[in-house]
Ligand binder design. Structure first.
Ligand SMILES: Cc1cc2nc3c(=O)[nH]c(=O)nc-3n(C[C@H](O)[C@H](O)[C@H](O)COP(=O)(O)O)c2cc1C
Length: 375
């Protein structure tokens, strides 16, 4: 890299009518503090940290397409129009700082009606202060041994779920989101249909790979239909289950190729979530451990991918983009710890005027400080 070249991590990236100023994306992160699906002051403060920190885009937390599709009572939703206005405050905040706002929409399936992680993440107790509700899935198979058994959905309910994805996407666009990501990962409804470990159906939605991916494809097609042409549609997949008999990489490459045909623009490549919490993988994980999945999908299916998972080091993050493993990197916990990570990455990678990734109110003084320090 010459001294003048812009590091790959800080090069812009365009999908449809949407341009990200750099490749750094806030990974979706549930905050469990919504009331009846509506975000509030916490969410404004939380997202302001990232909006001011210099990221290129931010994907809001798993947001339910129906009230029963929430993971917890504190999850955000886009199942009714009243949820549009509080979401629009967040998109306006991001847009004011040149950050592309996205939202992840989904249905929690067999992981619905659970406690917040720090309350145990298990099923809501029958006698607790927050009522549990009936959970649904492809088959009567628990996502984890300590979870409740979902009731298999009927074909009529599947049609309602597909329609609800489209309605949620329509509301997301009304709220100002430019990226709509379907949540197809981590053991939630779409993933549980895709995985042979949890899908034992014998109808058109189970059995063969084509049948297991049918719900994901129908929902993606409905979302694409519901949003204008300039809006990006993304899909977060658990690319592999990391379990014997589970989703294999080739299955997800096939899914991505089909999604591409339907006008999906980006695959956000995560993994796992069935049987084990994603955070409790049996093996020790390294920086960017899931980036090879993004690389395989990018080259196998020929569409843009986002790598996620323990991406913390700017030089290695830059290498993920520069080497063509992925088009974007999503950071979760690292941005919780350091929302100004893009600025620190810009310094580490030798970006010309690294302060410029921050708002002028910060950049002006940091540039002066750098000057007196002789940089
Ligand atoms: C607080 C928290 C909430 C999360 N919520 C979501 C979510 O809503 N949707 C999702 O797909 N992943 C969720 N994740 C997973 C992250 O998006 C990300 O994939 C994971 O944390 C790995 O990236 P990291 O090592 O950069 O944190 C969450 C993670 C954290 C830490």
């Amino acid at each position: 890299m010459s001294a003048m070249a812009t590091p790959a991590l800080f090069s812009p990236f365009t999908m449809r009518g949407v341009t990200l100023k750099n490749r750094i994306v806030v990974s979706p992160m549930c905050q469990y503090l919504a009331v009846e699906g509506q975000p509030g002051d916490w969410h404004m403060a939380h997202h302001a940290r990232f909006a001011l920190g210099g990221v290129g885009a931010a994907i809001l937390e798993a947001t339910a397409i129906s009230r029963d599709g929430r993971i917890t009572h504190g999850c955000t939703g886009l199942w009714e129009d009243a949820q549009i206005a509080p979401m629009a405050r967040i998109t306006a905040l991001y847009k004011a700082h040149g950050v592309v706002p996205g939202v992840q929409i989904g249905h929690a399936g067999g992981k619905a009606a659970t406690q917040r992680p720090w309350e145990g993440a298990g099923p809501l107790p029958e006698d607790g202060p927050e009522p549990a509700w009936e959970i649904i899935g492809p088959s009567a198979v628990k996502i984890r041994s300590n979870f409740r058994t979902p009731r298999p959905v009927t074909l009529a309910e599947i049609a309602e779920i597909v329609a609800a994805f489209g309605q949620a996407a329509r509301r997301a666009v009304a709220a100002g989101f430019d990226i709509i990501e379907l949540h197809g990962a981590h053991g939630y409804l779409l993933h549980s249909f895709m995985s042979p470990l949890t899908n034992q159906r014998t109808d058109a939605y189970g059995g063969s790979l084509a049948n297991r991916m049918r719900l994901a494809l129908e929902c993606a097609a409905e979302v694409r239909r519901a949003v204008p042409g300039h809006v990006v549609v993304a899909y977060r997949a658990s690319v592999v289950d990391n379990l014997d008999g589970g989703i294999a990489l080739s299955d997800s490459v096939a899914l991505a190729a089909e999604l591409k045909q339907l006008g999906v623009d980006l695959i956000d490549c995560s993994a796992g979530g069935i049987a084990l919490p994603v955070s409790l993988l049996p093996q020790k994980v390294e920086h960017g451990f899931q980036a090879p999945l993004a690389e395989a999908v990018r080259h196998g299916a020929g569409l843009a991918t986002m790598a996620v998972g323990l991406i913390t080091d700017p030089v290695k993050a830059n290498a993920i983009i520069a080497s063509g493993q992925a088009d974007l990197v999503a950071l979760g916990r690292e941005l919780l710890a350091d929302p100004s990570w893009p600025y620190h990455a810009a310094v580490a990678l030798g970006l010309d005027k690294p302060e410029s990734v921050l708002p002028m109110q910060y950049a002006f003084y940091l540039e002066r400080r750098a000057a007196v320090q002789g940089r």
